[in-house]
Structure formats: structure tokens, C-alpha cells
Design a protein around this ligand. Structure first.
Ligand code: 7TS
Length: 409
């Protein structure tokens, strides 16, 4: 079992007071907080090892290169990839998806091609495809959702068909917390010869991921949502596909040979990592993954099930509350998106902040989804390893207080 209170003591920011209250951080879907181990790994790098990588023969450069390469090995282990050469470091999920759209997408799609996504997606798994279909004259199709925010797979056979070239789906919805059965959808995509991309931004931090078992072609996630710093993320790719794909950004580090006339590219994954990468970020990511693996991803998921169920049951007792997304905890990640009658989500967010509680309000960068569910915005509480039942008790009390405050009852 996870000892959240002990874990919380590793996170310096959680000692902060916000408006004279202990900070309760329930905005983990936006970004997670960072433990001292990760912060120190970055400080140590800059105080004792800082140098550029893959180019120096001097000690510091070799040490920095070694740390960077080991970070890739850790990431590979984290998602059960057999090969660290399948791991590309990017700035985050957004850049990982754009990389696939701009390289694989431009090279492989034409007017007969269809891309399939779902109605649950974050903007970063919608907008790159909307732009790509304009360039390639291909078509974008959506797997629809049911009223409870789960995917309606009843017409999947028609949606994914012989014209489908790419299926790009989120593992977990950031807007409402739905966990998709991606394994089945990947299988269906493979049956028609389509490539698959999984947006794991909201799953990789919270549950075990196994790319070998999933058999997806690409998987994207961000470091900052799993205890690592901002500006570092991952694109896992099927190595054969990566080798066939055109380069992404061009410049230093990604080349094999350059003449005044032409250039050739380095091997995968370096072909996709032009310029000096985020070395300190990669080292922070390595430390973050070690922290999470030490706790066990299965235990992290169990902890989130426990506190999410605890919160959900109490929230259901709030008069008139509307909770978006699935009821069944097996289909819901550690995230609750909701609306309270008579209290606008922004007002609720401001009220809760005055009590030290941080939640997100708005459309959560999933505007079409929130609209489809009949709202313009919602309040969203998202949980992580350091959150406790005690914090949830205070959260529920303050939601009730906000209703009294705004409804003047
Ligand atoms: N995909 C999903 C499912 C996400 O939740 C996010 C970020 C992204 C992609 C983009 O990640 P980035 O690191 O490249 O920005 N989601 C959120 C959120 O829910 N609130 O703030 C950011």
C-alpha cells in the first residue's frame, strides 16, 4: 500500500500555505508536483556534471551522455519497451503527436486516407490532425461517446475500415477521466493495417503501461505530469516505422554526414532529436521514473482507485451535483470533473483556492468534449500519490460551504 502522507513529505511545495491554509493540490492532471529527489537530481547535474552530450571526449561530456542515455533506458523499462532506441525525447505529449503528424503523416497520407480519433481527445490530439488533413486531403473521423463519457464502439467496424491509415486515441480522458479499452481498438486498427498512436499523457503517470502487450506503434506522454520537470516528454515508436519515417527538425546532432550539397541522417532515435536536447530534463525524468517504479505503478493505481471512490461516493451526496464521465471505477482514472448547481466552476475554483485547495476549472483543453456533454466548463479535481482521504474530506466540506456561500443559504 502507498503511504501518501510519507510520500507527501518528499514534496517541498506541499509544505506551502496558500491563503493561510495547508496546500491541497488536486490539479495533477495539469501537472504534478516534484519530489526532492527529482529536484536534487537536476541541481546535482548542474552543480557537478553539466556539459553537452554526444560530442565531447572530456569527462563531463561523457558523464552527461551516460546519464542521458540511461534516462532513455529507464523510460524503456517504465513502458516495457524492449529497445531504448525506440525512445525519442521531445518537449512533451504535444510535440510527440506533432512529430508523428509532420513526419509519418505527411509521408503516408493522401486523399484516400482516413485518420480516426475519438470525441474524448485533448486539443493536442485533435488540432495536428485537423491541420494534416488540410495538407494531405485526407479525412478525420471520430469514435463517438455515450452520455456517460465512455466510447460508443457499436459502429467501430465501420469507423475503422480499409481506408483507415492511423488511429490516434487517448488512453485516459483528461476532461472527464474515462479509461479507454485501447487494447481492443489497437487490435481492430491492426486488423485493417492501420498505424496506432496512444496519447498516454493521463495514463503513464497513474497506471502500468506495457507497449509490448499493447502492440501500439506510437505512444506519447509528458514528463511533467509524472513528477519530472516541464519541457521533457517521450515519443515511443515502433523502430521499423521510425527508421522509415522522414526526419522532423533538422540541424546538429541528428545528422550522419553533411556536405555543402546534402546531408544524411543519424540512426534512430537521434534522427528525431535535432539540436542540444533537454539534458537536465531527461535526468529529472529518469529520477522521477525511478521514484514511481520504486512505489510500483500497480500500487499507484490502487491508491487512486481508493481515494477516487472515496471522493466520488461523498460527492454523489451533494444535492444536484453533476459528475461527468463513467460511474464504474474500472473505467475511471483518478479524476472527477463536475458541476454544482448555482455555482460557476470558476467561482468554485476561486472559493476553494481561498481555502488552499487547487483544482482546475474550464474546458480542460478538451473544448469539443465538454460542449458535447452539454457544458461550457466544469470543475476538475485530479489526484495523485501524495493525496489523502483527509484532504478529500476537507474538499467535500468546502464544496458544501461554497454552495452555502454562493447560494446564500
Ligand atoms: N493529452 C492529454 C490527454 C493531456 O491531458 C494533455 C495535457 C496533453 C495531451 C498535452 O500535454 P502537454 O504536456 O504537451 O501539454 N493536459 C492538461 C490538462 O488536462 N490540464 O492542463 C494540461
Amino acid at each position: 500500500m502507498i503511504d501518501s502522507e510519507k510520500i507527501a513529505s518528499d514534496f517541498p511545495i506541499l509544505k506551502r500555505k496558500i491563503n493561510n491554509n495547508n496546500l491541497i493540490y488536486f490539479d495533477n492532471a495539469a501537472t504534478s508536483q516534484k519530489p526532492i529527489q527529482v529536484i536534487e537530481s537536476i541541481t546535482n547535474f548542474y552543480t557537478s556534471t553539466n556539459a553537452n552530450i554526444h560530442r565531447g571526449v572530456h569527462t563531463l561530456s561523457m558523464e552527461a551522455t551516460n546519464l542521458y542515455d540511461r534516462a532513455k533506458e529507464r523510460v524503456a523499462e517504465f513502458i516495457n519497451s524492449t529497445d531504448s532506441e525506440s525512445i525519442i525525447f521531445t518537449r512533451g505529449t504535444t510535440e510527440s503527436i506533432n512529430l508523428v503528424a509532420e513526419t509519418w503523416g505527411r509521408a503516408n497520407l493522401d486523399e484516400n486516407s482516413e485518420i480516426v480519433i475519438t470525441e474524448l481527445e485533448h486539443h493536442s490530439n485533435i488540432v495536428p490532425w485537423q491541420e494534416l488533413i488540410k495538407e494531405t486531403n485526407s479525412k478525420l473521423k471520430y469514435i463517438p461517446i455515450n452520455n456517460d463519457g465512455t466510447l460508443d464502439l457499436s459502429n467501430l467496424d465501420q469507423i475503422i475500415n480499409s481506408n483507415t491509415k492511423l488511429v490516434s486515441i487517448t488512453h485516459v480522458s483528461n476532461g472527464i477521466g474515462t479509461i479507454n479499452n485501447i487494447k481492443n481498438i489497437i487490435k481492430q486498427a491492426k486488423d485493417v493495417g492501420a498505424i496506432t498512436l496512444i496519447d498516454a499523457a493521463q495514463s503513464a503517470p497513474h497506471m502500468p503501461i506495457d507497449v509490448n502487450d499493447l502492440e501500439c506503434d506510437f505512444l506519447a506522454f509528458s514528463g511533467h505530469k509524472l513528477l519530472a520537470p516541464t519541457g521533457i516528454g517521450v515519443l515511443y515508436g515502433n523502430k521499423k516505422l521510425l527508421e522509415e519515417m522522414p526526419a522532423y527538425q533538422k540541424g546538429g546532432d541528428m545528422i550522419l554526414e553533411v556536405t555543402y550539397q546534402k546531408s544524411s541522417w543519424a540512426d534512430v532515435p537521434f534522427k528525431f532529436e535535432a539540436g542540444t536536447p533537454n539534458i537536465a530534463g531527461a535526468i529529472g525524468l529518469k529520477s522521477a521514473i525511478e521514484y514511481l517504479m520504486n512505489l510500483s505503478m500497480a500500487e499507484i493505481r490502487n491508491h487512486e482507485i481508493e481515494i477516487t471512490e472515496y471522493a466520488y461516493e461523498q460527492m454523489m451526496n451533494i444535492n444536484g451535483i453533476e459528475i461527468l464521465g463513467p460511474e464504474n471505477i474500472d473505467e475511471r482514472a483518478g479524476l472527477i470533473s463536475f458541476n454544482i448547481p448555482g455555482v460557476h466552476p470558476h467561482d468554485l475554483g476561486t472559493f476553494l483556492d481561498s481555502k488552499g485547495i487547487a483544482i482546475r476549472t474550464g474546458h480542460h483543453c478538451a473544448m469539443p468534449l465538454i460542449k458535447k456533454l452539454g457544458s461550457h466548463s466544469s470543475a476538475r479535481a485530479s489526484f495523485y500519490i501524495y493525496n489523502t482521504k483527509k484532504e478529500i474530506d476537507k474538499f467535500i466540506t468546502e464544496i458544501n460551504n461554497s454552495m452555502k456561500y454562493f447560494n446564500h443559504v
